[in-house]
Design a protein around this ligand. Structure first.
Ligand SMILES: Nc1ncnc2c1ncn2[C@@H]1O[C@H](COP(=O)(O)OP(=O)(O)OP(=O)(O)O)[C@@H](O)[C@H]1O
Length: 244
């Protein structure tokens, strides 16, 4: 064991020697990495390599069985479930492969939902949501219900919802997996361009090497371990001074 030491100032997120076995399967076996503020980090690897489990640990949805996760200079693996929930609502956004929209709400209401839940006035939340729907080319879906939209439009609204919330970190887990090739590139480009212009840090998981083209850095996982460099193995405290 080693004493908990805060990560370097320019790392907004840091994982140290994560071990995690959801459902008893060793999905992560000693993963360390740092994510610099404002960076777009691609987490690449084949199916089953541990990408989703890593993003779930970094975002506080899953507590690692061993190791540490730090956000903004504070450990989050030691927080209560309620405090992790609060952190996720205030600072993080998540886009998965399947758009998970509220079926009873229209396109703009879905995109505005995190802002409305935070108490943003209705008019301001609507304006922000509409702005993002326009950037993602789905403004004409603003009044439609999700069951009236094709999947790629629902996914664009899910991306708009994540960006409208102005998170510190956006976790995108295979955000374009369910889209056609042309849509994939457009959604990834829009997501990463918007994140850069709003200084949102992005952790982008993908099986597709193309995702690295949109990122500042990439790490690669194979069988729950870093496969890209010596910094990725079970290095414990040395990780404190390393970014990616
Ligand atoms: N709750 C769970 N119960 C059992 N096994 C799990 C659980 N969660 C993850 N695993 C296993 O851990 C391994 C890593 O899964 P994970 O979803 O993190 O990988 P991934 O790289 O995101 O893959 P995919 O693209 O298929 O989602 C896989 O073998 C998966 O079956």
């Amino acid at each position: 064991m080693y004493a908990m030491v805060a990560p370097p100032d320019n790392d907004v997120l840091q994982a140290r020697s994560l071990h995690c076995s959801p459902g008893g399967f060793p999905a992560l076996t000693g993963v360390s990495l740092g994510v610099r503020e404002g960076d777009i980090l691609a987490v690449l690897g084949p199916r089953g390599s541990g990408k989703t489990t890593l993003l779930r640990c970094l975002s506080g949805q899953q507590v690692p069985h061993e190791g540490e996760v730090w956000f903004d200079g504070h450990p989050i693996h030691t927080l209560s479930a309620a405090r992790r929930e609060r952190l996720r609502a205030d600072s993080f956004a998540w886009v998965g492969a399947e758009p998970s929209l509220v079926p009873e709400l229209s396109g703009w209401e879905n995109a505005a939902l995190p802002l409305l839940l935070r108490g943003t006035p209705h008019r301001a939340a609507r304006a922000a949501a509409m702005d993002w729907l326009e950037r993602l080319d789905v403004a004409d879906c603003a009044r439609a219900r999700p069951d009236r939209m094709p999947r790629d439009q629902r996914q664009r609204i899910a991306v708009a919802r994540a960006l409208a919330a102005a998170p510190t970190v956006l976790f995108a887990d295979e955000p374009t997996a369910a889209l056609h090739a042309g849509d994939r590139t457009h959604v990834l480009r829009t997501l990463t361009t918007a994140a850069r212009s709003h200084h949102i840090t992005v952790v982008l998981a993908s099986v597709d090497e193309e995702a690295a083209e949109f990122a500042d850095r990439a790490v690669r996982l194979v069988d729950g371990r870093r496969a890209d460099s010596a910094t990725g193995s079970d290095e414990g405290q040395e990780a404190c001074s390393l970014s990616v």
